[in-house]
Design a binder for this molecule. Structure first.
Ligand code: FAD
Ligand code: DLZ
Ligand code: SF4
Length: 515
């Protein structure tokens, strides 16, 4: 064998650098299902099934082109369970002249890869992952010398250099860079939401579902009802369905939540993008085309492109700029264990119950649910970032550390002290009530503050502001809540804080490692 081309489970793109210049006569593509990747956190069974099935389908597509794929399944009796061990075994099988890989998404795996250069006894070529629109080195150059790193500045640079939604004279389409002020509507009660395209499992997926049920059935999450796309063609069909049916209202209802409706006007393509089944540039191009064809308004299209060209790329840039120290930041000294209801869904708080239960069923929640319900609660309650990160990395089908960690550490928990966000996204029950119909279906009363039946988010919010007042005092964007706190009577503050403490004391908690 000339080149052994090692392809990871989130690199399922035909144009991945690993496969560039492949010679079917002399090269072998290696793909491995390994216990280490399936259990470094206890992933949701739907996520494992998605990755394995997408890997198997991708291998079949390569074989159909006449490429030799050496595919090691999880239940292969010789499988020794880790990337490094399986690569070593493959090297002794194929005796390649060189190994070719593309840099991985995670720091953890990057460290392994750096070790391969010595361990494998053959040259290892680690290629840049050019499926992203901004390379880590370019991001570092952009970041160097800036006092603060803000997505909005980065995003404008990205718009300029890619040309997405730009007029020929270099101005942004429609005259504004950002239409977010038009994107914060609550969902009218009588509005029926669009359907989303799901896919019945084929024979390959059914085999995988069987394997996953047997090996990982004890992980948090339901396996039944699996309907994710597992090929690039189906992922694109799901995305096209979104473009036709949901994109036109994506902007208007981006922040809305409704009981029992997990997806609303979102695309549900995170898992497809992150595994390589969809290409971010193609997705942005298709959405821009919908606007140029008059099929979707600019506020929706700009809002959607900003999520991918702006947020997704910015988040990845922060990850590689700040790792490995970033994972250990804890600016607000949060130490509480994770409440048990994150794993059981057993709570009287209707918002949290809905978000956890749909997460268990579908390995999915949309951004505002992740940020303003489960994330906000963890922030206000002062849950240890390590425990919160474990949960987010395990439960979502689109979770890989490069994108999960900055979103949790920086956006939801403010654990990085403001590297990523200019203020903590802390909110009382009022925000959840404005953006959802949860509160009307809840045992707690969102208008009450300190009574036993009062919405816990209200007291927790003021408890959080009071507890972290020193850490937040220098932040101009926190001046308003801090002033409101100062205007409250000491008795009011004391009763809010005691309500918060009593509520937190009444919860059950999980110890690390319990899941
Ligand atoms: P849509 O709302 O339809 O948006 C389209 C796409 O934009 C998404 O698929 C995603 O690729 C991109 N996008 C949107 N927001 C972000 C963001 N903040 N960061 C990066 N990309 C973004 N996203 C992940 O892909 N993996 C994660 O593990 C993950 N963990 C998160 C944890 C927390 C606490 C928060 C607040 C956000 C997290 N996100 C994560 C970002 C975002 O919530 C998801 O990308 C989104 O909900 C996926 O659903 P969708 O495809 O329907 O998104
Ligand atoms: C997420 C995942 C899982 C569950 N299993 C595998 C696997 O068995 N084999 C594989 O190649 N990749 C898997 N992945 C994706 C990897 O964890 C991912 O490639 C690394 O985290 C680098 O981002
Ligand atoms: Fe959530 Fe409070 Fe509303 Fe209940 S009342 S759904 S706990 S925000």
């Amino acid at each position: 064998t000339a080149a052994l081309r090692f392809l990871l489970g989130d690199q399922l793109s035909r144009n991945i650098p690993t496969l560039c210049g492949l010679d079917p006569k002399s090269d072998v593509v290696l793909m491995v299902e390994v216990m280490e990747e399936a259990t470094y956190v206890r992933h949701h069974p739907k996520k494992i099934a998605f990755v394995f099935s997408a890997m198997r389908h991708f291998a079949e597509e390569l074989r159909a082109e006449g490429i030799t794929v050496d595919y090691v399944t999880l239940d292969d009796s010789d499988n020794i369970g880790s990337f490094t061990d399986e690569l070593e075994r493959a090297v002794s099988r194929h005796k390649p002249e060189r190994i070719v890989v593309t840099e991985p998404g995670e720091w953890r795996v990057r460290r392994m890869m750096d070790g391969w250069r010595e361990a494998m006894g053959v040259p290892v070529k680690i290629l840049d992952d050019d499926r992203f629109l901004c390379r880590p080195a370019t991001f570092t150059r952009w970041a160097n010398g800036r006092k603060t790193l803000r997505m909005e500045h980065f995003y404008r640079e990205m718009r300029r250099c890619t040309g997405f939604l730009m007029e020929p004279d270099g101005t942004p389409a429609g005259g504004k860079w950002n239409y977010d002020t038009e994107n914060r509507n609550a969902l009218p009660e009588d509005l029926s939401v669009p359907s989303h395209l799901g896919f019945a499992p084929d024979a390959t997926t059914q085999q995988v579902l069987h394997l996953v049920a047997e090996r990982f059935g004890h992980h948090f999450g339901d396996l039944d009802g699996f309907d994710l796309a597992v090929t690039a063609a189906d992922a694109w069909a799901a995305f096209e369905h979104f473009v036709t049916h949901a994109l036109p209202s994506f902007g208007d209802y981006q922040d809305a939540m409704r009981l029992g409706e997990p997806v609303l006007y979102h695309a549900r393509i995170g898992a497809y993008l992150n595994a390589g089944l969809l290409d971010p540039e193609a997705v942005c191009g298709r959405v821009e085309q919908a606007w140029r064809d008059g099929d979707a308004p600019l506020n929706a299209v700009e809002g959607f492109i900003r999520q991918i060209l702006g947020w997704r790329e910015f988040i990845r840039g922060i990850y590689w700029l700040k790792m490995p120290d970033y994972a250990a930041t804890n600016a607000l000294s949060a130490t509480r264990p994770l409440p048990e209801f994150y794993w059981t869904g057993e709570t009287d708080m209707a918002c949290l119950r809905d978000c956890v239960s749909q997460t268990r069923k579908q390995a999915y929640a949309h951004h505002i649910q992740r940020l303003m319900v489960t994330g906000n609660f963890a922030l206000l309650a002062g849950v240890d970032p390590v425990a919160v990160n474990y949960w987010y990395l395990a439960v979502y089908a689109d979770a890989y550390e490069w994108v999960e960690l900055p979103n949790v550490q920086g956006m939801a928990l403010f654990a990085d002290g403001g590297v990523l966000a200019s203020k903590p996204y802390a909110a009382s029950g009022k925000y959840i009530d404005r953006m959802s119909n949860y509160c009307g279906n809840c045992r707690y009363d969102v208008r009450k503050q300190t009574e036993a039946e009062a919405c816990p988010f209200n007291a927790l919010y003021w408890h959080f502001i009071a507890k972290n007042r020193e850490a937040l005092a220098g932040n101009p964007r926190m001046a308003m809540p801090l002033r409101s706190l100062d205007r409250m009577s000491p008795e009011k503050v004391a009763s809010l804080r005691s309500r918060a403490r009593n509520f937190l004391d009444s919860l059950k908690y999980t110890e690390p490692g319990a899941w």
